[in-house]
Design a protein around this ligand. Structure first.
Ligand code: AMP
Ligand code: MN
Ligand code: ZN
Length: 614
């Protein structure tokens, strides 16, 4: 054996530490291989001292191994009871593999996160080049799910609250253009807080010119103009000064919701007749409340196309509300256009081709590639000209002099402007609501047996809880099709869980062991319920005599009549297919359950990960 050398500090010089670690491992492995396993007994018999040394080395390595394993298992939700001798090590080597796998997965995940953060600078320089390798007709994958993006949420000044127990809190503190004061119960726990501009929206007096035919005002050429990028106080001031002088503005938002639970606005496009602005809403998210000066001003028409979501995003992210909304979607309905999208209107009135594939782009990318900027700008650049045309057509088609079709579209737009944002509620019992399990279950065409049903609800609830905790979308945590594969196969160990998901999402990989336990528990609980139900059934048929191994029961009644019925218990059992026969071994199941529940590591891990759900 080589003489002991000082170990380099891993933090100061990782490379040197790694080299020295490799060297030590290789020399230890070489030394261990000097004598083959079968020869140990022979050498022991030759030398008493050698035999004792070997015993001592065995005890030391076992204890070192146990310490290390227990230390790591704390992090991995793995049940590792002490190894008492080498037989234990051989018998339960699977636990060692589980711990190592889990640690390696975590290391892998952390490296990804770390290099993601490290690469973002690089990304800044290469982003515009991405645009040059665009595939025709399809969105470049780099733009669809961009990797290496630092989570923008990290720098938001407002804390993201995904908790299921607290309702969304309105952000508005100051109410310009108020006809009635902002109500004082803003901190109220009431989920249905009134819309702060409800009165103003429903009592608006629209500017007269909105009901008059005017020649459409031509738009600035698209190719020779550019947008102003608004991402600081100065540029925001420039934009606001510009808005002061305009009575019509076009607005649109771009949004991201894959790597976030509730989603967030990434971009706000605002166009007037002569200028385009693109606001980096990730950068100046906390300053945009000032825009209520214009958005809530009844004398400025805000033209949107399909504003349902935009209205809610504006409230949720910036506390902005729109008074005097004109949604160009409604004229396309009233005027019976063959299509109702903005793409159609752009082609019809401006002969402009737009590619809606960018809707799916990852709008968190910065700096924004040229083609995404151009797409975003085209969403508002022509919209006021389109509005002019639509308004004229509505007036031309109105049957009353006061423009009843314009009125109708404004009323519909009011309904949209009155929408309020609500945080999605998860009710694990009823399964109701847009994020509830009923939604997914109703789309599933196959029937679930009792155990699958329990597993489904447990996994669905875990997914929602994890997504809230990690601020990720549920489809990032565990996509629907993978969830249903897990439900179909009900794996109870980590490799089985990972095997159901391809490619395996990082959070599933990191929690594979815990998910296996959860599936096992759900199965066992469902089984328990079935057993109890069966026991009740049995009680009710005490006065019956049964033929062994038969599902047919013969009952002798007091009056001497004899009836024959099917034994519900056995029929039920026959109807359940896909059941794991091992789970009918109740003694074993109970033992496993107790072991899980009593294991302190397990309990600790649960409270971190599952909170109340467990
Ligand atoms: P748009 O109003 O068309 O600019 O869309 C605004 C945002 O809505 C986009 O940035 C997307 O986040 C989202 N979005 C719109 N259409 C779709 C779609 N078909 N699929 C997914 N997300 C969409
Ligand atoms: Mn839009
Ligand atoms: Zn858009």
């Amino acid at each position: 054996m080589s003489a002991q050398q000082a170990v380099p500090d891993a933090v100061q010089d990782f490379q040197a530490f790694k080299d020295s670690l490799y060297k030590a491992l290789i020399s230890a492995t070489n030394a261990a291989n000097q004598i083959s396993m079968e020869d140990y007994g022979f050498h022991r018999s030759l030398d008493m001292a050698y035999s004792k040394d070997l015993d001592q080395a065995g005890i030391t390595s076992l204890s070192l191994g146990n310490t290390l394993l227990n230390h790591c298992a704390l992090d991995c939700a793995v049940d590792v009871t002490e190894f008492e001798d080498e037989n234990d090590v051989v018998d339960r080597y699977g636990s060692v593999i589980d711990v190592c796998d889990s640690l390696l997965e975590k290391a892998d995940f952390c490296f990804d996160e770390m290099t993601g953060a490290g690469k973002s600078k690089e990304m800044k320089q290469t982003a515009p080049e991405i645009t040059q390798i665009r595939a025709k007709g399809k969105l470049d994958l780099n733009l669809l799910h961009a990797n290496n993006i630092i989570r923008p949420q990290l720098k938001f000044k407002d804390k993201i609250d995904n908790s299921n127990s607290t309702p969304f809190m309105r952000k508005i503190k100051y109410k310009p253009h108020a006809l009635v004061p902002l109500d004082s119960n803003i901190e109220s726990e009431d989920r249905s807080l009134p819309h702060p501009y409800k009165y103003e929206i429903t009592h608006i007096e629209y500017p007269k010119q909105m009901f008059e035919i005017h020649d459409p005002e031509p738009y600035q050429p698209f190719d020779t103009t550019t947008a102003t990028w608004v991402d600081n106080d100065e540029t925001l001031k420039v934009m606001m000064d510009h808005l002061e002088d305009h009575e019509e503005i076009a607005v649109d938002l771009e949004h991201h919701n894959f790597r976030s639970y509730q989603g967030f606005t990434c971009l706000m496009q605002i166009s007037t007749r002569d200028r385009d602005f693109i606001v980096d809403t990730l950068e100046i998210r906390d300053k945009l409340w000032q825009l209520n000066e214009y958005f809530a001003n009844p004398n400025i028409v805000k033209v949107f196309h399909g504003a349902d979501w935009d209205i809610q995003w504006l409230q949720r992210d910036f506390g902005l509300y729109v008074v005097n909304l004109f949604d160009t979607y409604f004229p396309t309905k009233v005027l019976n256009f063959p299509h109702h999208g903005l793409q159609y209107l752009l082609k019809k009135y401006c002969d402009f081709d737009t590619d809606k594939k960018y809707q799916l782009a990852d709008w968190r990318i910065r700096p924004l590639p040229e083609e995404m900027l151009s797409y975003a700008r085209s969403d508002t650049h022509f919209l006021l000209f389109i509005y002019d045309n639509l308004r004229n057509e509505l007036l031309n088609n109105s049957t009353s002099a006061d423009g009843n079709l314009v009125k109708f579209c404004l009323e519909k737009s009011q309904e949209v402007a009155l929408r309020t944002y609500e945080k999605p509620v998860y009710d694990s019992v009823s399964g109701e609501g847009p994020v509830g399990w009923k939604n997914l279950l109703s789309k599933w065409k196959f029937a679930l047996n009792t155990q699958q049903d329990a597993v489904f609800k447990a996994l669905h609830s875990w997914r929602d809880h994890t997504a809230r905790d990690e601020d990720e979308s549920t489809r990032y945590v565990l996509p629907n099709h993978m969830l249903m594969t897990l439900v179909e196969r009900m794996p109870t160990d980590s490799s089985g869980v990972i095997g159901c998901c391809n490619p395996c999402p990082p959070l599933v990989r990191m929690n594979a062991q815990a998910l296996g336990y959860m599936i096992l528990k759900a199965k066992m609980d469902a089984l328990q319920v079935e057993k109890e139900e069966d026991a009740v059934m049995e009680d009710t048929t005490t006065a019956t005599s049964k033929t062994a191994n038969s599902s047919v029961t013969t009952a002798v009644h007091n009056d001497g009549a004899v009836t024959t019925t099917m034994d519900v218990q056995q029929v039920k059992r026959r109807m359940r297919h896909d059941e794991d026969p091992e789970l009918f071994d109740l003694g074993r199941v109970k033992k496993q359950r107790l072991a899980i529940i009593e294991d302190p590591h397990w309990i600790k891990q649960k409270s971190d990960l599952f909170g109340d759900n467990w």
